[in-house]
Structures are given as structure tokens and as C-alpha cells.
Design a protein around this ligand. Structure first.
Ligand code: ZN
Ligand code: ZN
Length: 213
């Protein structure tokens, strides 16, 4: 009647990565999987907020982002990024509903905004992770999905930061171009040596549009 894996085994292994568990371990997962999952839950609200800030019209952090949107060719908005954002929110809030059932806990009152929902979900899960790691029957799936969602949101956030925009130097007749990304603090024109801080950079025209005009 009782499946074999439910009877005490001589060596218990982590349900997520199959490393051997310490004989006195009370969790179903090893310390490595336990700590990484907790850290990912702690990181996710910040990463998710960053993505959201970049993708929500009217909330972009700089004038350059708005110009990039208008330039057409280098839209920071990508459907797969929006999908990743939706998927992350559904996975995290979905586990909250699941754990509320399995652990017999009160689910949180959900705030209206998606960023706020993800923050509430991650905090709620983090507070109950110790217990879920001990008793939840799908702990391997939990570790795997949180790892996947963290990786996808992290990649989407970094992908946005690394996508460069080329700006045209303001020195008359220089025509030099400066590489600019969301994380650029300052830049020097290789043509004329003019140095631009971030605010000055955001005032420069985007390369493709300047030549068309
Ligand atoms: Zn493990
Ligand atoms: Zn220049």
C-alpha cells in the first residue's frame, strides 16, 4: 500500500538535488538547496521591480529610455520579457495558494499592483519556507520552479541593462558616438575627448535618429 519512497531509507537524500542529507536533518532538502531557495525568494522582489520599472510606460527612469522606445529599432520592451514577468508572478502567487492549503495557513490579502503582489508572495513564502522544506510533498518542484523563475527574471533584468544605445557627441562636427546603457554613469567621446556625465548623456540625440534628421 505505502509506496517504497515513503518508508524510512538508510540514506536520505535531498529531494531536489539528491545530495546525501545529514542524518539529523529535518528538512527534505539539503542546506545548499534550502539556502539558495531562501536567497532567491529574498532577491526576487527587487529584480521584479527593476523589470517592471523598465517595462511600464511613464515610469521609465530616464529620458534616454523613452527615446529608445520611440526609436523603434531598439525597444526595451520584449514580449518574452513581459511573459517572464507574468509567469514569475503567477508561479509565486500560485505557490502561496498551494502552501496556504498544504500548511493550513491564511493566504495574504493581495495588494493591487503586480510588483507589490510579488513582494508579498516572496515574503510570505520566505517566512514559511523552513516548514515547507520539512513537510511539503512537492518540495523538489518548489526548489526547481523558484530557481527557474529567479534565473529568468534575473536574465531579463540584465539583458535590459546590457542593451546599448548609441548617442551622438554634441561637439560641432565631431560626429563621435557614445555607448550608453541603463547602468552607464559617464562616458568620454573617443573622437574629441569630450566627457559627459549621466545627465549630459541623456540630453544627447540617439545615433540613428540624428542621421535621419
Ligand atoms: Zn539539495
Ligand atoms: Zn566628440
Amino acid at each position: 500500500m505505502i509506496p517504497a519512497e515513503h518508508s524510512p531509507a538508510p540514506t536520505r537524500t535531498c529531494h531536489a538535488c539528491h545530495r546525501a542529507l545529514h542524518p539529523t536533518a529535518t528538512a527534505q532538502v539539503c542546506d545548499h538547496c534550502h539556502q539558495h531557495t531562501a536567497r532567491r525568494l529574498a532577491d526576487l522582489p527587487g529584480l521584479y521591480a527593476e523589470l517592471d520599472l523598465a517595462l511600464t510606460p511613464g515610469r521609465r527612469p530616464s529620458a534616454v529610455s523613452v527615446r529608445v522606445t520611440c526609436s523603434g529599432g531598439q525597444l526595451p520592451f520584449k514580449p518574452h520579457v513581459a511573459d517572464c514577468r507574468t509567469d514569475a508572478r503567477l508561479v509565486l502567487t500560485g505557490w502561496v495558494r498551494d502552501w496556504a492549503d498544504v500548511l493550513d495557513q491564511q493566504a495574504p490579502v493581495w495588494p493591487v499592483g503586480h510588483v507589490e503582489q510579488v513582494a508579498v508572495a516572496c515574503e510570505w513564502l520566505r517566512w514559511r519556507w523552513d516548514r515547507a522544506a520539512r513537510v511539503h510533498p512537492a518540495v523538489d518542484e518548489i526548489v526547481g520552479e523558484i530557481r527557474r523563475v529567479h534565473r529568468e527574471v534575473d536574465e531579463a533584468a540584465r539583458g535590459r541593462e546590457e542593451r546599448p544605445v548609441w548617442l551622438v557627441c554634441a561637439t560641432p562636427e565631431c560626429g563621435g558616438q557614445l555607448r550608453f546603457t541603463v547602468s552607464t554613469g559617464s562616458a568620454t567621446c573617443s573622437g574629441c575627448g569630450a566627457r559627459y556625465d549621466r545627465i549630459a548623456l541623456t540630453a544627447l540625440p540617439v545615433a540613428g535618429r540624428a542621421t535621419a534628421a
